[in-house]
Design a protein around this ligand. Sequence first.
Ligand SMILES: [Zn+2]
Ligand SMILES: [Zn+2]
Length: 249
Amino acid sequence: MFDYLQYLSVLFLILFGMIIHKYEDKYPLEKFKRLKTFKFDMISIMISTLFVLFILDFLLNENIISFINNTFSLGESISEWPSYMCLIMALIVGDFGYYLTHRFLHLRQMWNTHQFHHSTINIYWFSGLRTSFINSLLIRIPYLIGLQMFEISYEIVSAAGIFLLVINFWIHSNLNFKYDKLLSYIFITPNFHRLHHVNDEQVAGCNFGNIFSVWDHIFGTALISDDWKKSPKGEYISWKKFPRRIIGF
Ligand SMILES: [Zn+2]
Ligand SMILES: [Zn+2]
């Protein structure tokens, strides 16, 4: 059941989305009509969001958390660490796992799982929620492992789930942000992630990160450029294949 904290989180997410929406109107990276794909986005995102909530409920289940905790916890060795340090380290470890998982999802054999996310033609704050069921599950596991490794409490784990949704809104936003380039040397920014969605062989396989861009810089997959942001995006999925792609196989 939803408690008041969960209601507050949903309210916060809607408010955050509305603020980004306003800024997208004022400072867009690309000019397009969000309404054009809105109906399709609403239906497909509602289905995948419902599943994300289901997955969060499943992943935050006591038995699963204690299994991951028993397997990965660093226990005694971090008992003296301040809690903010544990949280930062948990997010760093989780984000590195995300980077590897995202690269794995780009393998030919895994593409059916990830293709639904790359079917978005117009990238704006809400559109990033388009992920297949299996994709949604796989990309959350590394963060859960990171959080359990550093003994993060259950309440903070729930808050981290909301934080990851905020990150999703942020990196997909259609925002021409003044410090985008500068920030993208450390963090994933709207323009940096936009290049990941471009349908062009020349820029394929770049910018896989979620929170930190350092993984892309370290492993040579980073692309910082102003040239490709307006290039076509969105891989076509036929209606026949759609039900399978939304599940992710
Ligand atoms: Zn991708
Ligand atoms: Zn994306």
